[in-house]
Ligand binder design. Structure first.
Ligand code: G4P
Length: 530
């Protein structure tokens, strides 16, 4: 293996998804601690300030306690080079999560054992299943009272339509949490939260066959219950099958407590063994092998004003093949230009490190003077291929944007266009009315708040949003459609999107079919392709 292949083979790139408050940040921090990347011991319990400094950067996130944007962290553990992609924890930002998942090879799903699959995040998890990427489940907060374990697994299977395979099994929960039983090795890892001053449980391992020792550790009631559950479990649960896990059809489930550090390292070790090296990606010229092909990457996220001091715009790209070094020239396929990437960086939340080199599986952030779009491909100058685009989600809520101070028109247009280019919202212009008004469309209503907040804070522009009744959107796929002759319905509005493509908004779902019936040859699509 040459150096490049070696570097690529030790990389693991995954996204971490969860409902807000399930423990995503705490778990990520513990991973980083094991990797020695940061020294947060002490500050983890020291609450919000320390935590937010690691992975959140927007004020609104702090205020609401949700993560709106996603960040990237890299650390080393046991010879592996690990890239964690953080995702917004709220379903209103599931489009962002979807894009981030496009850049990951697997996902870790964190669930609060006392809450199970929460209604608010169903959509978020479904997005994961839709992408068919391997999902690893960590059921957290076992040191608090948790739901019945079989019910938790049932819920995941029902809600997400994916089979589960517990790798370990909790022995009690809350005050009665004794540890976990590891199925493959038939051992008990017991939990004790008695270490004064550290808050971190100690992990000791006993074979299940050593009945006396087990009884001694967990007590006879817990022992009997465990025996019963193991029997049930062995009869009922899906067999461990690595091929199915890697195909995204089966999720291995782990139990633990991120806060007290119980089960985190075991999870990390199993996870790293089960996940794959950076996967091949599909382009319009077939599959691109990460290790044997030269550098290529695609843009999955654009973020402006991440740091007020910088006031810049960064395009995040996932390197899909080969090695990148800062001195080389690359082709930006969609822009039709050969160029040097400007200030390639590894972005670690607030801090940035200028990169000299990076490999397939890594994420780099590049200063973007406004040339990149989500889904764009970069490759070597001698090549020209495109990775499959990232579809935009159909917005489900629309509002007309009223700008309060007409003197600031330029600022307003700049701000709203930039935020739309990032994919944080979608904007549309009305056809036929001659009005310069902008309609904004979002997947989740919290995106409206983010828009308003960002326009005020980053562009100094006040707006008012007037809700519109449209809920259904269709792009017109016909080439050069004659919109003047289109026979519509009374609840329909004709608009164009950021790329000047024509589309229709409807209040009622049945109007879509009526318009299709009235206009022969009209082709409508639910997705706007990037
Ligand atoms: P998120 O990123 O998924 O939103 O969750 P985060 O890690 O911020 O955790 C949310 C809250 O849950 C935090 O409490 C955190 O300490 C707590 N937590 C995380 N993992 C565990 C666990 O395994 N057991 C228990 N009991 N709690 C856990 P907080 O009250 O918001 O902050 P703090 O005062 O505890 O720092």
């Amino acid at each position: 293996m040459d150096k490049i292949e070696q570097e690529i083979s030790r990389r693991r790139t995954f996204a971490i998804i969860s409902h807000p408050d399930a423990g995503k940040t705490t778990l990520t921090e513990k991973f980083l601690l094991y990797g020695g990347a940061i020294n947060l011991a002490g500050s983890v319990k020291g609450k919000a300030t320390a935590r937010h400094a690691v992975s959140d950067w927007m004020e609104i996130e702090k205020e609401r306690g949700i993560s709106v944007t996603s960040s990237v962290l890299q650390f080393e553990y046991d010879g592996y080079c690990i890239n964690i992609l953080d995702t917004p924890g709220h379903q209103d930002f599931s489009e962002d999560t979807y894009r981030t998942l496009m850049a990951a090879d697997s996902a870790v799903m964190v669930i609060d054992g006392g809450k199970g699959v929460e209604a608010q995040t169903r959509k978020l998890f479904k997005v994961c299943v839709m992408r068919k990427i391997p999902i690893f489940t960590f059921i957290n907060k076992m040191d608090r009272d948790a739901n019945d374990t079989f019910d938790l697994l049932d819920e995941i299977e029902k809600e997400l339509g994916i089979a589960t395979c517990p790798v370990n099994w909790p022995i009690g929960s809350g005050k009665e949490f004794k540890g976990v039983y590891e199925r493959a090795t038939r051992t008990i890892h017991s939990f004790s939260d008695t270490e004064k001053g550290t808050k971190e449980g100690k992990d000791s391992v006993t074979s299940l066959d050593d009945e006396a020792a087990v009884m001694d550790q967990i007590g006879s009631d817990a022992y009997d219950k465990l025996q019963e559950e193991i029997e049930l479990l062995d009869g009922a649960s899906a067999e461990f099958d690595l091929a199915k896990i890697q195909a995204g059809e089966l999720t291995p489930v782990f139990f633990g407590s991120a806060l007290t550090n119980f089960g985190v390292e075991v999870f990390l070790q199993h996870f790293l063994k089960m996940t794959q090296t950076p996967l091949a990606r599909i382009s319009d010229q077939g599959s691109v092998d990460p290790a044997t092909r030269d550098f290529s990457a695609f843009v999955f996220k654009i973020q402006a004003n991440m740091n007020k001091a910088h006031r810049d715009r960064v395009a995040f790209m996932r390197i899909c093949s080969g090695k990148y070094d800062a001195s080389m020239e690359v082709r930006h396929v969609q822009g039709g230009k050969v160029m040097r990437l400007s200030q390639p960086q590894q972005i670690m939340a607030d801090s940035r490190k200028i990169l000299d080199e990076a490999y397939a599986g890594d994420i780099i952030g590049v200063f973007d003077p406004g040339i990149f779009s989500i889904g764009d491909t970069l490759c070597m100058p001698k090549e020209e291929f495109r990775y499959a685009g990232i579809p935009t989600f159909a917005p489900e809520h629309f509002a007309r944007v009223r700008q309060m101070d007409t003197m600031k028109r330029k600022q307003f247009v700049k701000g709203i266009t930039q935020i739309a280019q990032e994919g944080a919202i979608q904007i549309f212009k009305e056809l036929d009315t001659g009005l310069e008004e902008i309609i904004v469309g979002v997947v989740g209503v919290l995106q409206f708040d983010v828009l308003k907040y960002r326009l005020e804070n980053e562009y100094n522009v006040d707006i008012k949003l007037e809700p519109l009744p449209y809920e259904h959107i269709r792009w017109i796929e016909n080439e050069n459609p004659d919109l003047g002759r289109l026979v519509g319905t009374s609840d329909m509005k004709k608009v164009t999107d950021l790329k000047e493509r024509p589309l229709l908004l409807f209040v009622n779902p049945w109007s879509v079919q009526m318009v299709l019936d009235r206009n022969e040859g009209l082709v409508l699509s639910e997705f706007g392709r990037s």
